[in-house]
Each structure stands twice: as structure tokens, then as C-alpha cells.
Design a protein around this ligand. Structure first.
Ligand SMILES: C[S@@+](CC[C@H](N)C(=O)[O-])C[C@H]1O[C@@H](n2cnc3c(N)ncnc32)[C@H](O)[C@@H]1O
Length: 318
């Protein structure tokens, strides 16, 4: 059910769309026991991870300052399988003792992602553990080369791009005056600058690290990145063969890019049609309410005038 691609008004923005085709086969191949999820939101992907943990005796750490579900009831239901960290990733990561696999889908900006990767590397080295397998969402448009800030105050000023609460559209570098994707979020005004965007953060981390970590990019649905540490290639044959499927030719990649652009255009057209319909409905509703009010007041005024006339007639008669 989760593999279904929803081309509609609802934005296709969640990691769980990758679950049955990509994430679950990876989990089956490497059998991680200590999983970290950064960015849980409505918990669509968290539920997949929790089911995996139940069936495989694994543990999950969920990091999100503002998850959109009742954490207490989930905690009661899943007990020791899960630890919730209701804080920022850079504060919560040092509290975790083991990382086998990390899913990063939290604050999509250079500062956060670069430092999440740096911190995971530092903590793994300190704990004498190998660098974990990392899956990152949103490595393609719109946040590959443009920052998003869930809460700009949490980003040091020198790393914060100028931003506005305005939406984006593929093929346009400027933010839109109205509408577009994620117009309710703080998006950097400019893209393609230094220290800007998720993919830039990953590339900058890979330039600095001493380890030979591979980046595999999977196109579509805003892009999924796999950071594969050296030991994985030797230790996990099934995983390595699975990942090879995604090393596709640039021509096929370009074709997938075109499909993604068409998907986004369809989404925008549907959204515009719907908002036009909404505007027409709003106008009709306004006319209806004004007419009802006018009728109500006219009846009242008319009733009052009638009673006045009646009184006058009565006094005239007497
Ligand atoms: C795109 S949503 C995550 C979607 C989720 N992974 C899914 O597949 O359904 C991003 C989430 O990251 C959270 N978030 C924002 N900044 C964060 C940070 N610094 N650390 C951890 N989570 C963060 C937000 O509260 C939001 O719920």
C-alpha cells in the first residue's frame, strides 16, 4: 500500500513512499538492530520502522522536536522498542549509544545535515563503531541546493541564508509571490549558493571525511541518498547487489528526472484548479451569506415597519 505513488493534491514528501521498494529490502539485507530516525512528522515511516523492530527484535530512536502524533500513546504501545527524543537532532544524537542505520529526513538545510553527518562520524569513532549506513531524503529538487528552516532561530546566523515563507516551482529559481510547493515553510530566497541545501551538505561532508564513503543517488520523489561506508560493501553481498540496481545510466536518470518534473507539474495544475474552484466556491458562499443576511434584516425591518403602522392605525382609530 505504501509503495503507491500518490499524484494528487497531497504532497508526495514522505520517506514511507520508499518503504517497500527500497528501504525494506535494505533492512532485510543488512538486518540493523539499532535504528535512528531523524524527522518523524506524522509517523508514517516510523510505523514501518516500528513494525520492523517488533519482528526483528531491533530498537528505534525517533528524533523530532514536534512529531504530529500522540507520543505518549505510541510509547505505551511500543514500550522499550522505541525511545522518543523530542529535541533537535544535534542535541539528541550524542545521547544514543549505537548507530547501525540512520534515516535523515529532519531539517533540510546545509548547517543541520552537514553537522548531523559530522556528529555521527565523530560519535561512531569515539564509540569505536563503524560509520553506519545512512539514508537521506530530499537530496533532489527543491532542497538539493536550497535550504529550508523549520525553525530559523535554531540555525546560527552565519550559516543561515536569507529566507522567506514562499513557495517554489521546478524550473524557477526565485520563490513565487503566491502558491507553489511548501509556501508555508521558510525557504532560502536563493539556491545554488555555497553552504546551501541538503546535497551540498552531503558533498561537503564527503570532501572532508577521511573515510571512503560512497554516495548512491536514487532519483524521483524528491530523491533518496544512500551513504555507504566501506565495510558494507564487503560484509553485505545482498545489499551490494541490491544497490547496484540503482547505479543507472545518466540517460535513464535524466528520463526519471523528466518523469519527476511531469509529476510535479501535474500536482501544481491540480492544486491550481482546486484553488480556483475553492475561490469560486468562496465567492458563491459569500453571496449566499450576504443574501441571507439581507433577507433576515429585510424581514426584521419589514416586521418592525408593519408593527409601527399597526400601532399608528390603532392610535388613529382611538
Ligand atoms: C519532512 S518531515 C519528516 C517526514 C517523515 N520522515 C516521513 O517520512 O513521514 C520533517 C520533520 O523533521 C522535524 N525536524 C525539523 N527540524 C529538526 C531537527 N533539527 N531535528 C530533528 N527533527 C527535525 C520536523 O518537526 C518534521 O516533523
Amino acid at each position: 500500500m505504501h509503495a503507491q505513488v500518490n499524484i494528487g493534491i497531497k504532497e508526495v514528501k514522505n520517506l514511507h513512499y520508499f518503504w517497500s521498494t527500497i528501504i525494506q529490502p535494505i533492512f532485510e539485507a543488512i538486518q540493523p538492530k539499532n535504528i535512528i530516525e531523524i524527522g518523524s512528522d506524522r509517523g508514517d515511516n516510523t510505523l514501518n520502522l516500528l513494525k520492523y523492530c517488533q519482528e526483528n527484535n531491533a530498537k528505534l530512536h525517533v528524533i523530532d522536536p514536534l512529531p504530529q502524533y500522540d507520543v505518549d500513546s505510541w510509547q505505551a504501545k511500543y514500550g522499550e522498542l522505541v525511545t522518543f527524543h523530542l529535541s533537535l537532532s544535534l542535541h539528541a544524537l550524542p545521547l544514543i549509544e549505537r548507530f547501525d542505520l540512520v534515516l535523515i529526513d529532519g531539517d533540510h538545510n546545509w548547517y543541520t545535515v552537514f553537522n548531523e553527518l559530522k556528529l555521527i562520524e565523530k560519535l561512531s569513532l569515539e564509540m569505536n563503531q563503524p560509520f553506519p549506513l545512512i539514508l537521506l531524503h530530499d537530496i533532489a529538487w527543491p532542497y538539493a541546493r536550497r535550504d529550508l528552516y523549520y525553525n530559523p532561530d535554531t540555525i546560527p546566523e552565519e550559516y543561515r541564508q536569507p529566507y522567506e515563507k514562499k513557495g517554489m516551482r521546478p524550473g524557477r529559481s526565485e520563490l513565487l509571490p503566491t502558491g507553489g510547493l511548501n509556501s508555508h515553510l521558510n525557504n532560502a530566497i536563493y539556491e545554488n549558493k555555497e553552504r546551501n541545501g541538503v546535497l551540498t551538505a552531503i558533498e561537503d561532508f564527503l570532501t572532508e571525511t577521511q573515510q571512503s564513503i560512497d554516495l548512491v543517488k536514487i532519483s524521483g520523489l524528491h530523491g533518496l541518498g544512500l551513504l555507504i561506508p566501506p565495510q558494507f560493501k564487503e560484509e553485505h553481498d545482498t545489499f551490494t547487489n541490491f544497490v547496484k540496481i540503482f547505479s543507472i545510466s545518466p540517460r535513464i536518470n535524466k528520463f526519471i528526472g523528466q518523469i519527476e518534473a511531469a509529476r510535479l507539474e501535474t500536482e501544481f495544475s491540480l492544486r491550481e484548479t482546486n484553488s480556483n474552484k475553492d475561490r469560486r466556491m468562496e465567492k458563491l458562499l459569500r453571496i449566499l451569506i450576504i443574501s441571507l443576511l439581507a433577507i433576515f434584516y429585510w424581514t426584521k425591518v419589514n416586521g418592525y415597519a408593519k408593527s409601527l403602522r399597526k400601532n399608528r392605525d390603532k392610535t388613529g382609530e382611538s
